[in-house]
Design a protein around this ligand. Structure first.
Ligand SMILES: Cc1cc2nc3c(=O)[nH]c(=O)nc-3n(C[C@H](O)[C@H](O)[C@H](O)COP(=O)(O)OP(=O)(O)OC[C@H]3O[C@@H](n4cnc5c(N)ncnc54)[C@H](O)[C@@H]3O)c2cc1C
Ligand SMILES: *[C@@H]1O[C@H](CO)[C@@H](O)[C@H](O)[C@H]1NC(C)=O
Ligand SMILES: *[C@@H]1O[C@H](CO)[C@@H](O)[C@H](O)[C@H]1NC(C)=O
Ligand SMILES: *[C@@H]1O[C@H](CO)[C@@H](O)[C@H](O)[C@H]1NC(C)=O
Ligand SMILES: *[C@@H]1O[C@H](CO)[C@@H](O)[C@H](O)[C@H]1NC(C)=O
Ligand SMILES: *[C@@H]1O[C@H](CO)[C@@H](O)[C@H](O)[C@H]1NC(C)=O
Ligand SMILES: *[C@@H]1O[C@H](CO)[C@@H](O)[C@H](O)[C@H]1NC(C)=O
Ligand SMILES: *[C@@H]1O[C@H](CO)[C@@H](O)[C@H](O)[C@H]1NC(C)=O
Ligand SMILES: *[C@@H]1O[C@H](CO)[C@@H](O)[C@H](O)[C@H]1NC(C)=O
Ligand SMILES: *[C@@H]1O[C@H](CO)[C@@H](O)[C@H](O)[C@H]1NC(C)=O
Ligand SMILES: *[C@@H]1O[C@H](CO)[C@@H](O)[C@H](O)[C@H]1NC(C)=O
Length: 571
């Protein structure tokens, strides 16, 4: 028996005097019938706000709207709760990368810069979105890119110093517990981080560090890097242990679902339509978004009306897809598919920024790796018990915290795009990443390998020669670049800016600095697709911060976000 954490939590809170043991599934959540929090499939209904996608951004929008207004909110999510559909794998850090049915199974178009390999591009399909699917690394970008973002879109709230409060708002930081971690694996953190206690998303360092990670500091220092206090205070140029979005209570995944979404369900004003796919955003003749059309196989399509706004949070791959299916996009693409145009925005799906993994250098070490620590059934049973009983041991760690010398290109200059070749929302969008297509990215890629070499050469526990790529390849820049393209490069699933934010009047932008879609009303895009600039580092912290900023605008505007001051309200 493993019902979801939130079920247990609310059950215990509200009904602790009733026989807890007798109930397999909670009949009530926060004093309401459990089913009251879920929409009735097939039945048309009306809410103040309708949010498309219950993932990272969508969950935060829903929770903040419920907390900050008296509005009714519906979230339509194609997936379901990962605690109910993936056993306990998504919850346990070490197993968190094993998934089934929680992903959209998209592929990128192969090309000459990726050795013509067909590559899977992951996107979470569950409540919590990719925060329910990712390996939970939590780090923020750096100061410069946010200042540039502010300049480019003409809005000072994106300056690092101003934006910081939106980062802080989401998280509850806890320093590493050095009584549980190995003595030679101390992680640093800033006093700034220590002050970030007010949000619901738990960020901390696992209660276990891999033995091989302890070789990191010396190796990086030997190659000329300096230690940084942490990766959340605006400086990523150095080494440290990663912090993760892991709940202190139980050492399980802390996601947009556990931190934001599930707690908001007890309000009685949040309704979830799970396993439900939006196939179209609906507009009235004044180009106001008035609702969405849902496709649930086996039922007639049905509508949810939105009296205030529709908020699109379907992620970097599917927000542009849905805009195009909803008649917003490049006229030429859409007319080819027979889709009329509500708003001709040529840059929907264009300008995609993406980091990419470019492989790494493999070699043997005398110190055991995490996989070898958990190689036998007996090891795994022991680790399982340690995790359940004392919240310690290898399962509290995702398996890569420091010593992995995988190389990732951030702040890339290559640009990709997302488009559609079908009018059916269940067909895959066409994704082209164009990684390593610019000379600058190619040169940085080769240099990055050189830098990694100078790092791993300082690892005393390394034995033997490099296995992949081998020394012959490593010694020649042309061979090395070819190797990176043919074998090294691959996704780390950080696509963004496919519905790019820009200043008012920028014809290459899709949304304005408040996330409002150009040419229509009452529709915002709030997710990683509507960034104005992609900061270096991983993208979930950037997504949480971005969402906190934009949902503040939604609340401030009171739901009447019409650009042209048309005061006639719908509904
Ligand atoms: C495998 C993987 C590993 C990653 N690792 C990390 C990491 O360790 N650290 C980090 O910081 N970042 C990581 N990232 C990136 C980070 O998770 C994402 O950038 C971030 O979660 C994006 O959030 P989002 O709200 O834009 O989109 P998503 O979180 O993808 O949310 C979109 C949601 O919309 C739903 N949806 C889409 N279309 C429809 C529709 N038509 N109808 C209804 N629902 C729909 C989807 O099911 C999904 O739940 C990783 C991502 C992946 C996929
Ligand atoms: C839902 O609304 C749509 C569009 O207005 C309508 O065609 C459909 O019949 C309605 N469905 C139900 C079950 O009322
Ligand atoms: C939704 O809006 C449409 C168009 O305004 C209207 O015809 C329909 O009755 C509304 N549905 C509900 C359930 O209110
Ligand atoms: C919500 O409604 C209550 C009761 O009408 C009111 O006191 C409160 O101020 C409202 N809150 C918001 C955020 O509008
Ligand atoms: C750190 O300690 C672990 C044992 O806890 C050991 O395996 C590892 O070799 C040590 N690291 C260094 C750099 O000595
Ligand atoms: C932590 O900081 C100390 C002192 O600045 C430094 O010696 C050490 O290497 C740092 N550790 C990491 C993992 O960054
Ligand atoms: C869009 O394409 C259609 C069909 O090709 C054409 O009739 C229309 O004028 C175009 N609209 C715009 C805004 O370019
Ligand atoms: C995870 O679930 C499996 C059953 O599917 C169970 O055997 C195992 O003990 C659970 N692990 C933890 C850490 O709770
Ligand atoms: C449309 O694009 C998808 C995703 O790239 C691809 O799998 C599919 O074969 C394409 N379909 C057609 C008809 O071109
Ligand atoms: C190095 O690797 C390349 C590509 O796999 C291979 O062709 C070559 O024979 C290898 N060289 C050595 C010395 O192993
Ligand atoms: C918006 O419209 C209202 C009602 O017509 C008017 O009172 C108000 O001044 C207008 N605001 C702006 C900024 O034009």
């Amino acid at each position: 028996m493993h019902s979801g954490r939130w079920h247990l939590k609310y059950f215990v809170l509200s009904f602790c005097s009733i026989a807890v043991q007798a109930q397999w599934f909670p009949q009530f959540i926060g004093g309401h019938l459990t089913g009251t929090s879920f929409g009735i499939p097939g039945r048309n209904a009306t809410y103040d706000y309708v949010i498309i996608g219950g993932r990272t951004a969508g969950s935060v929008v829903a929770a903040r709207l419920v907390e900050g207004t008296n509005a009714t909110v519906a979230v339509v999510e194609a997936g379901t709760f990962y605690e109910l559909s993936n056993g306990n794998l998504s919850q346990v850090p070490y197993y968190s990368q094993q998934y089934s049915g929680l992903d959209w199974q998209s592929h990128i178009e192969s090309g000459m810069f990726t050795g013509n390999r067909p590559l899977h591009y992951a996107q979470g399909k569950n409540l919590g979105g990719s925060s329910g699917r990712n390996p939970m690394l939590y780090n923020r970008g750096t100061k410069g890119p946010y200042d540039l973002w502010a300049e480019e879109v003409g809005d000072n709230s994106y300056r690092w110093d101003n934006f910081f409060l939106f980062f802080e708002k989401s998280i509850n930081f806890t320093p590493p517990d050095m009584t549980l971690r190995a003595a030679n694996a101390s992680a640093n953190y800033s006093t700034q981080a220590q002050q970030e206690k007010s949000g619901p998303l738990h960020v901390h360092y696992p209660n276990y560090a891999q033995p091989i990670s302890s070789y990191g500091p010396e190796a990086y220092a030997g190659a000329g890097f300096s230690p940084v206090q942490d990766f959340i205070s605006g400086d990523l140029n150095g080494y440290n242990y990663f912090a993760f979005a892991i709940d202190l209570d139980g050492n399980t995944r802390s996601s947009a679902e556990t931190a934001f979404f599930s707690p908001a369900m007890s309000s009685g004003r949040l309704t979830v339509y799970q396993s439900s796919t939006v196939r179209k955003i609906l507009f009235d003749r004044n180009k106001r978004a008035i609702g969405v059309e849902i496709d649930l196989p086996g039922l007639q399509p049905y509508d949810l009306n939105a009296t205030k706004e529709v908020i699109l949070s379907a992620g970097a791959l599917r927000s542009p897809q849905l805009l195009m299916l909803s008649e917003i996009g490049l006229n030429a693409t859409m007319s080819q598919l027979g889709i009329p145009t509500v708003s001709a925005l040529d840059f929907v799906g264009q300008n995609m920024h993406d980091s990419c993994a470019i492989g790494g250098i493999s070699f043997q070490m005398t110190t055991p790796s995490q996989t070898s620590i958990l190689s036998t059934e007996e090891d795994r049973i022991k680790a399982d018990e340690q995790f359940r009983v004392s919240g310690t041991g290898p399962l509290t760690n995702i398996g890569a915290d420091f010593a992995s010398v995988n190389v990732i290109l951030v702040a890339t200059t290559s640009r990709g795009h997302v488009t559609i070749n079908s009018t059916n929302v269940f067909d895959q969008p066409v994704i082209k990443t164009n990684w390593l297509s610019t000379i600058a990215d190619q040169e940085v890629a080769v240099d990055a390998y050189r830098r990694v070499l100078s790092t791993v050469e300082n690892i005393e526990a390394r034995v033997g020669d490099y296995t992949a790529p081998n020394s012959t390849i490593l010694s020649d820049n042309t061979l090395l670049l070819q190797y990176i393209q043919d074998e090294g490069v691959g996704p780390i699933h950080h696509a963004s800016i496919t519905c790019r934010m820009g200043r008012e009047g920028d014809a290459t932008a899709v949304v304005d600095p408040k996330g409002r879609v150009s040419g229509v009303q009452r529709l915002r895009v709030i997710d990683s697709s509507s960034f104005g600039f992609t900061p270096p580092g991983h993208t979930q912290a950037a997504t949480y911060g971005h969402t906190e900023k934009l949902v503040t605008d939604v609340i401030r505007d009171g739901g009447y976000a019409d650009r042209w001051n048309e005061t006639v309200g719908m509904g």
